[in-house]
Write a protein that binds this ligand. Structure first.
Ligand code: NAP
Length: 250
């Protein structure tokens, strides 16, 4: 039997990057997949088809994760479309709007905090009732090593990702008695399309500073998400797991 056979998962922000990798890994492991995106209609359609090829139910929803009402609507739609259960939520949607504090505008702060952190509150609150009724669920929140350590020029991003860690621990404490688990993943330097556009020399310097001497892959993160979504992690909650090649090891 596959690791996620018959489960229903929602993944936010899965049209590209890490979310897309998680959606593929989950479908390959037998999970039905509902996913969201903001504007990449074509990529979302393509992903739907790729996921269905694994023999699971898959559907993309255009839904802004930063909007409270949209999350409520999304959960209602997924419950209707997927037969009533939601076993796993992966809060992955995220953006950066980097700048030094001196040049950071209020909009840059608000956008990053709302899309990265408020979205996690929106989705968790919206799915809570369903998971409480089931007496089962796994919530996985994408933070970052930047949320653990901080980073100059990313105070908005670091604050949003650190906020996710406090929220994750609190929800683990609040909902643990109902067998609802909540954990965070803190990726380090993950090589994606975005980093592919950077000068090779810069990327090589980053790789050299990592104990495992390479950047992470989308698959490295998706493998951890798979573990946290599955019953294999049934006694793990309230944790932050770094996927960073040892970057934060002191
Ligand atoms: P990405 O490639 O930029 O993809 C972002 C995804 O989020 C896209 O599917 C995008 O949809 C969606 N999205 C953006 N704003 C949204 C909104 N308001 N509502 C719904 N969906 C929205 O990002 P990534 O690099 O894979 O990162 C994924 C997560 O991992 C983020 O939370 C990020 O902070 C975290 N992370 C990444 C790294 C890294 O090295 N890549 C490291 C640490 C942590 P559209 O395509 O429609 O725009």
């Amino acid at each position: 039997m596959k690791l996620l056979e018959g489960k229903v998962a929602i993944i936010t922000g899965a049209s590209r990057g890490i979310g897309r990798g998680i959606a593929q890994k989950f479908a390959q492991s037998g999970s039905h997949v509902a996913f969201t995106y903001l504007s990449s209609d074509e990529k979302a359609k393509q992903l739907e088809n790729e996921l269905r090829a694994f023999g699971v139910v898959a559907k993309g929803y255009k839904s802004d994760a930063s909007k409270f009402d949209s999350a409520e609507q999304l959960i209602a739609d997924v419950i209707q479309d997927f037969g009533g259960r939601i076993d796993v939520v992966v809060n992955n949607a995220g953006i950066t709007k980097d700048n030094l504090l001196m040049r950071m505008t209020e909009d840059m702060w608000d956008d990053v905090v709302n899309i990265n952190m408020k979205s996690v509150f929106n989705m968790t609150k919206a799915v809570q009732r369903t998971m409480l009724k089931q007496r089962e669920g796994s919530i996985i929140n994408l933070s970052s090593v930047v949320g653990v350590k901080g980073n100059a020029g990313q105070s908005n991003y670091a604050a949003s990702k650190a906020g996710i860690l406090g929220f994750t621990r609190s929800i683990a404490l609040e909902l643990g008695s109902r067998n609802i688990r909540c954990n965070a993943i803190a990726p380090g330097f993950i090589e994606t399309e975005m980093t592919g556009k950077l000068p090779e020399e810069t990327v090589q310097q980053w790789r050299d500073a990592i104990p495992l001497k390479r950047g992470g892959t989308v698959d490295d993160v998706a493998n951890l998400a798979l573990f946290l979504a599955s019953d294999m992690s049934g006694y793990i909650t309230g944790q932050t797991l770094n996927v960073d090649g040892g970057m934060l090891t002191s």
